[in-house]
Design a protein around this ligand. Structure first.
Ligand code: ATP
Ligand code: MG
Length: 261
């Protein structure tokens, strides 16, 4: 990849593109991954490429739900692993939950490739000093994060074909699923199974964003970084949660960018 100067105003965005390109070359991402990423970028541009106040509230809510759930799981697709795998492993280590690779365009090769990448990420994170605010044996907690996906011993009711495949230990028995960048149909199927579904999606109008119990309208790597600090600082549950209000707020924040013209 060509060198991107530190001062480049769109450095983060270019680095993310580079990761998606590299992931595609390694065969880890489906052909449509770049299209999905591009759609996300367009919304992120309107947001001003920042975590807005409403997104920060949604992240706090998700952190609290993750901490208090009985069997939470973080479900990841290819783009999520490539862009935010490391912070999500840190989150999983703090919460004590598994990560499951679950792909819309599922092939055994990509599932295996993404699991190996997560395993590599896990090993390098285990060697780090634990994050501020973490108490305990960091290396042990990180190494105990289960990375699931190959078991294929559960079917999500209401979905046909390979899209329904998941693991019993992860999504199958989970009471809460944090699923960044999910497809609308699968999100709906998870909700109708009675699971609490939390998503990260830059498009506040997507079916996914509207179906979920909590939607974080933010870029997946930024949101995962903030989520880590929130799970480290413990639960802070607001009584009521109006997800539609959060989506409307996100749209207002996007249209607020007209002020910069
Ligand atoms: P629906 O949810 O309505 O079914 P979709 O699942 O068909 O929509 P996709 O084309 O699969 O939508 O696009 C994936 C979604 O992920 C888009 O809504 C896009 O805005 C969002 N997205 C893409 N990249 C990122 C990212 N890096 N961070 C957060 N969201 C992203
Ligand atoms: Mg979607």
């Amino acid at each position: 990849m060509t060198e991107i100067p530190d001062s480049h105003p769109r450095r983060e965005s270019l680095l993310a593109r580079g990761k998606i390109v590299a992931g595609t070359r390694r065969g880890l991402l489906a052909d449509s991954a770049m299209i999905a990423h591009g759609r996300g970028e367009a919304f992120d541009y309107l947001l001003g490429e920042r975590t807005t106040d409403s997104a920060a509230r949604a992240i706090r809510r998700v952190a609290s739900l993750l901490i208090s759930a009985e069997r939470p799981v973080i479900s990841t697709n290819g783009n999520t692993v490539v862009l935010a795998g490391e912070d999500l492993i840190r989150v999983a280590a703090v919460v004590g939950c598994p990560i499951e690779v679950n792909l819309y365009y599922r092939t055994p090769e990509r599932v295996a490739g993404l699991i190996s990448l997560l395993q590599e990420q896990r090993e390098s994170i285990a060697k780090e000093v634990g994050p501020d605010g973490f108490e305990g044996d960091w290396a042990e907690e990180v190494r105990s994060v289960r990375i699931l996906g190959t078991e294929e011993d559960f079917r999500i009711e209401g979905l046909e074909g390979p899209r329904s495949i998941c693991t019993k230990e992860g999504i199958g028995l989970a009471d809460l699923v944090l699923v960044p960048l999910e497809d609308g149909d699968r999100c709906e199927a998870l909700v109708s199974l009675g699971k609490k579904v939390c998503v990260i999606d830059l498009n506040p109008l997507s079916r996914t964003a509207m179906m979920a119990g909590v939607t974080i309208v933010d870029e997946v790597s930024r949101a995962s970084r903030v989520l880590l600090t929130e799970v480290l600082s413990g639960p802070s549950m607001e009584e009521e949660w109006d997800n539609r209000a959060i989506l409307r707020e996100a749209l207002r924040e996007m249209s607020g960018s007209e002020g910069s013209i």
